[in-house]
Write a protein that binds this ligand. Structure first.
Ligand code: ZN
Length: 301
């Protein structure tokens, strides 16, 4: 296969073609053989399509899987040429009791959450954390009755879409977090979950003017090793100014929009008009980051 960054796109494990478990490339070859690949391809863990080839070394030993097709309309990070992958979906009616309980629990341990997030993206700023919490407010993420605090660092990262890690005069490094293909919505995590989900960290390095990253820009796709809130890696390393900024945000904003808009005794309140506008502005923010990306690319040319 004539792909220059083939080694960077290798997946160590895939989903079995027909069974409900994953499989490594060696076991796949042992079970199906090289000739069977066209009939029973392993499934991509990110998009679940039967689209993986096995890559072997010079001695014929399996070293991993790689995506076979790369269609412009694909939304798989390992195959997308122009369409950006779908972000994790949140669609939930507001439940005031859950909102307050879950948000307060998050705020009480925000340093541990932020530390676990920064362990994945060291460049993640406190401003980005605040914007992600505000986004969670607007889409009623806290209202989910099954919300697991231990998942929140990773759910927020997945909601963050493209996050800039590093930028210089000639290129920008981006990171994106994508759960495996069985997790499209938070309900898949917190309502119907049957197994520990897998989260992938996809890193891109772009030096193409004005274009969003595609599979060609991928420099690494790794499974995230989940940390625990009881043992955060950088708990004491948050700058005082950042801590003050976050504390000021959560003290001034309970995530419920204008209090008068949301009756306190209504536990199934859907988005009010003001919340719609908040959500709209945050969606614009997400678009803005994409446009900023394109602008940055233009400037660095
Ligand atoms: Zn895929």
């Amino acid at each position: 296969m004539n792909v220059t960054n083939l080694d960077k796109l290798l997946l160590a494990r895939a989903f079995h073609p027909s069974a409900d478990h994953d499989i490594d490339a060696g076991r796949y070859l042992g079970e199906f053989g090289e000739d069977a690949a066209g009939k029973r391809r392993a499934r991509c863990p990110l998009c679940l399509r039967h689209a993986l080839d096995v890559v072997v070394d010079d001695e014929g030993a399996a070293v991993g899987f790689v995506h076979r097709e790369r269609a412009s309309a694909s939304r798989c990070p390992l195959a997308a040429q122009s369409v950006q992958p779908q972000a994790l979906q949140v669609a939930h009616a507001r439940d005031l009791r859950c909102h307050r309980q879950n948000r307060a629990a998050f705020v009480a341990r925000w340093r541990a959450h932020y530390s676990l997030m920064k362990a994945q993206v060291e460049a993640l700023t406190i401003a980005r954390l605040i914007s992600l919490v505000a986004y969670a407010d607007a889409v009623n993420l806290w209202s989910h009755p099954g919300l697991r605090q231990s998942d929140m660092p990773y759910v927020l990262l997945a909601l963050g879409e493209l996050i800039a890690e590093h930028s210089d005069a000639v290129s920008t490094q981006w990171v994106r977090f994508v759960f495996n293909g069985t997790v499209r919505t938070v309900d898949d995590l917190w309502t119907t979950r049957t197994a520990t989900p897998t989260l992938f960290r996809v890193r891109y390095r772009t030096d193409t003017v004005g274009s969003l990253p595609s599979w060609r820009d991928v420099v690494a796709c790794d499974e995230v090793v989940f940390g625990t809130l009881d043992d955060p890696p950088f708990d004491g390393a948050i700058h005082t100014a950042d801590a003050m900024r976050f504390e000021a945000f959560v003290q001034s904003d309970d995530g419920l929009g204008t209090p008068a808009d949301v009756p306190s005794d209504d536990v199934s309140q859907t988005l009010s008009g003001s919340q719609d506008s908040v959500r709209q502005s945050l969606e614009n923010y997400a678009v803005y980051t994409m446009r900023a990306y394109a602008r940055r690319r233009g400037k660095s040319a």
